[in-house]
Design a protein around this ligand. Sequence first.
Ligand SMILES: C[S@@+](CC[C@H](N)C(=O)[O-])C[C@H]1O[C@@H](n2cnc3c(N)ncnc32)[C@H](O)[C@@H]1O
Length: 220
Amino acid sequence: MGNNKKKKKSAEKIYEFFIKHERPEEYAKDPLKFYTPKRVQEYAQSKALMRIQEKITKRVLEISEVEPPGMVLDLGMGCGFSTTLLFLLKYRTVGIDLNRLFLKFYKNYELNSIEAIMQSTGFRPNTFDMIISISAIQWILAIQNQKRKKVLLNQLALQSSNLLKNGGCVVFQFYPKSDVEMHELGSAFNSTGRFEGNFIIDNPGNPKKRKIYLKLMKIK
Ligand SMILES: C[S@@+](CC[C@H](N)C(=O)[O-])C[C@H]1O[C@@H](n2cnc3c(N)ncnc32)[C@H](O)[C@@H]1O
């Protein structure tokens, strides 16, 4: 029993969150306010960010096992670092973002970018083989009003289940502040009763390198 307790403690430690600084989604709250024209330009022209987001996208594809020319929806696509890679790999893409400054930045019309909010996109049911979101969902998870957050997460989950074809999958990479936030996202999808899957955590013991993914398959 004593030993078990010790083991449990060290297992919990692996997933501790060390967030020292307030993050943009906490102090700015509204992504449209945070991503000013200057910040959009800095983000879109950063080669380092492009490399990081491409690396995450490759990992998302590895996790998803969806092959080209699968139809992919990218939620919170920004200036299209991930969507562009998918397009070059011969996936059919649609990307949405609520910030038109990001969407217009590279004028990549072939990516099919649309101004929309991720929890309410208005596409037809059974359209996509995969829905991805990279480094964007923490903006919803940081909403302070718990009721509103729950409504938006439930909308996101329900909409994802409607937009995906049967057997299609969701892979979201995001930066939760705590395991409570991870659970909030997971349980919204769980409550639809239409998905199976789990979290995949790369480098769990290293908060700086850690990447968290939610991978779910639509089962009905
Ligand atoms: C850090 S950027 C990531 C962009 C892109 N996924 C990438 O990997 O480069 C986060 C993006 O999420 C978008 N975003 C945040 N909340 C959103 C929402 N509710 N609906 C649509 N886009 C949202 C922001 O406008 C921003 O472009």
